[in-house]
Design a protein around this ligand. Sequence first.
Ligand SMILES: O=C(O)CCCCN(CCc1ccccc1OCc1ccc(-c2ccc(Oc3ccccc3)cc2)cc1)Cc1ccc(C(=O)O)cc1
Length: 183
Amino acid sequence: MYGLVNKAIQDMVCSRFGEEIWKDIKQKAEVNVDVFLSMEGYPDNITHRLVKAASVVLGLSSTEIMQAFGEFWVQYTAQEGYGEMMDMSGDTLPEFLENLDNLHARVGVSFPKLKPPSFECTDMEDNSLNLHYRSSREGLTPMILGLVKGLGTRFDTEVHVTQTQSRDEGAEHDEFLVLYKPN
Ligand SMILES: O=C(O)CCCCN(CCc1ccccc1OCc1ccc(-c2ccc(Oc3ccccc3)cc2)cc1)Cc1ccc(C(=O)O)cc1
């Protein structure tokens, strides 16, 4: 995972709980990286250890941490220089979700170590769609719930996401029913 992800986790924790809590989390995760470099590739395991340690230190479940992080990621990347790229990816929540693979392909051109998941939208109706999430990574599914919630905020759109298929329960990939209503 690019360091930008671990940096975003750090910024979320520091902004909400302070530097001391972040130090505790890094210590518990046995991660002794001083500064995460956005454009450096880090083992996914570091991200998983930081999430696990944050859930212990903060007394929240890993699912809650990943959902909060997904929501935070949308605003974080927009303010960390990817705002234009996000603007180009759609003016509405369904448009953005439909263009997500193109967004990743664009980032991947410059940063070949990117290993993006794939998102596919089917059964598009006025206020609903099925979102298919396929990834080479395990255990980040709750982040997708948060990401879609974060997009709801970004597009001032009421959004309700329920997972309808789960890889953990034997499905080929995770699938979500996304209900949305622009305000
Ligand atoms: O792998 C999984 O199964 C779950 C990953 C969920 C995280 N993605 C979130 C995608 C997303 C979903 C909804 C709304 C917005 C989203 O992201 C927009 C986005 C996507 C990628 C980047 C990005 C930009 C530069 C990156 O790397 C850098 C950073 C600085 C300098 C050089 C390279 C890495 C990701 C920025 C915004 C983004 C992403 C982040 C990192 C990677 C990767 O390192 O492979 C792949 C994808």
